[in-house]
Design a protein around this ligand. Structure first.
Ligand SMILES: Cc1cc2nc3c(=O)[nH]c(=O)nc-3n(C[C@H](O)[C@H](O)[C@H](O)COP(=O)(O)OP(=O)(O)OC[C@H]3O[C@@H](n4cnc5c(N)ncnc54)[C@H](O)[C@@H]3O)c2cc1C
Ligand code: FES
Length: 367
């Protein structure tokens, strides 16, 4: 009996000692003290407690760098220049930063832990990004897996965006996530709609943000968003425009088309939209109206797997096949693509085959 008591006492002593060692390690090893982040040659300085990622430190200081994956190192959007103090590249950064950009000290802000003073360079446009908390005023089912969410902006909000850009939506802590995470969503409404912002959000099974939006978000709730971000927007030119989208990739294209109507832009536009069956199509009435309102606009929806009951008379096949069939010489065109990375890569090949110059093909990959 006495042996059992001694064994239990030894186990307890070991457990307590290990806990103390771990706590001590957290306080000493994880404590990097105060660090200074110098931004744009000292134009601004942040004093922060070391230990967090650079992205988190900037967010805390209300400086919002684009990010779509919530800091997982899987979107490559949070790049900025770190000219001093970042140490060696991590394996997680390498796929996102070319040799060329490594020479200019580009890094992924979400992968760098601030352990000492840093010097960084960020574009001035990041200082124009705002974070606001806005009320959800409408949630509409567009298809079986895409919801449209409308937010009413606070009256003093000074968010400005170009049609095609995206916002980051903050998902609060809930049963699928222990801490808030940000995800990127393209704005689908027009920039001239100053009272609100609309988004088209497709459910990704077990996805943190989309499950929250589809199953937990209600009209009347408050949502935090920041933006606008991104280089995907209508270029100022006279060229013909080819738009290609699938699923919720409709969002930025819709914003661009609405903006063209508002600004009276008269360029020729052909819009290829890919869906599997008829139940994946939406916004058909709005697009028909745009065909009447815009000077030279053609909408070409295509179904890759139409069902007999769809009674579909339109284009069929993969969107790449439909583009191949319907497009002639693209040398005087620029193209705007939105959807899954696979679809975009395949469409870029078709477009370059149709002589659209590669530097005139713009896209946002929703992967
Ligand atoms: C610039 C930009 C704009 C975007 N705009 C939109 C938009 O307007 N509407 C929209 O619905 N989405 C948009 N996205 C995608 C969006 O940011 C999220 O990646 C997506 O909604 C999944 O988020 P989640 O938190 O639900 O899933 P997560 O929790 O991030 O992911 C769960 C799992 O699903 C996988 N996964 C992530 N995204 C996808 C996907 N799209 N399809 C299939 N599997 C996926 C992940 O690899 C992971 O394994 C955009 C992305 C970018 C980069
Ligand atoms: S790679 Fe996505 S936020 Fe850094």
């Amino acid at each position: 009996m006495i042996e059992i008591v001694i064994a239990i006492a030894i186990c307890c002593a070991i457990t307590v000692s290990l806990t103390l060692i771990i706590l001590l390690a957290e306080v000493t090893i994880g404590n990097y003290g105060e660090c200074i982040i110098s931004i744009n040659d000292g134009a601004r300085e942040l004093k922060i407690d070391g230990g967090q990622t650079l992205l988190a430190c900037l967010n805390e200081a209300e400086i919002y760098i684009p990010s779509a994956c919530g800091g997982k190192g899987s979107c490559g959007l949070c790049t900025l220049q770190v000219t001093r103090g970042a140490g060696d590249y991590l394996p997680t950064e390498l796929p996102w930063i070319s040799e060329e950009r490594r020479k200019e000290n580009y890094r992924l802000a979400c992968q760098i832990k601030v352990k000492n003073d840093l010097e960084i360079i960020i574009p001035e446009s990041c200082f124009l990004v705002r974070e606001v908390t806005a009320e959800v005023v409408a949630i509409t089912d567009l298809t079986h897996d895409i919801k449209e969410v409308r937010l009413k902006l606070p009256v003093d909000s000074d968010i400005v965006f170009k049609a095609g850009q995206f916002m980051q939506i903050k998902t609060p802590k809930y049963k699928l996530c222990d801490e808030p995470v940000y995800r990127a969503y393209s704005i689908s409404s027009s920039p001239d709609d100053e009272t609100g912002l609309e988004f088209m959000i497709r459910l990704v099974p077990n996805g943190i943000c989309t499950t929250y939006v589809h199953q937990f978000l209600n009209v009347g709730d408050m949502v935090t968003v920041n933006g606008a971000h991104g280089e995907f927007f209508l270029q100022d030119s006279e060229r013909d425009i080819i738009c290609i989208a699938g699923g919720s990739g409709m969002a930025p294209i819709m914003s661009i088309l609405l903006d063209m109507r508002y600004r009276g832009i008269k360029r020729k536009v052909t819009y290829f939209f890919g869906a599997m069956t008829k139940r994946d199509l939406f916004y058909l009435d709005e697009l028909k109206q745009l065909e009447k309102d815009l000077d030279d606009f053609t909408f070409i929806p295509a179904l890759s797997q139409p069902k007999p009951e769809d009674n579909w008379q339109g284009e069929t096949g993969l969107i790449t096949e439909v583009i191949e069939r319907n497009m002639t010489d693209g040398s005087n065109s620029e193209a705007y693509l939105c959807g899954s990375p696979g679809m975009i890569n395949a469409c870029v090949n078709v477009l370059t085959g149709k002589k659209v110059p590669e530097d005139q093909i713009y896209y946002d990959k929703f992967g």
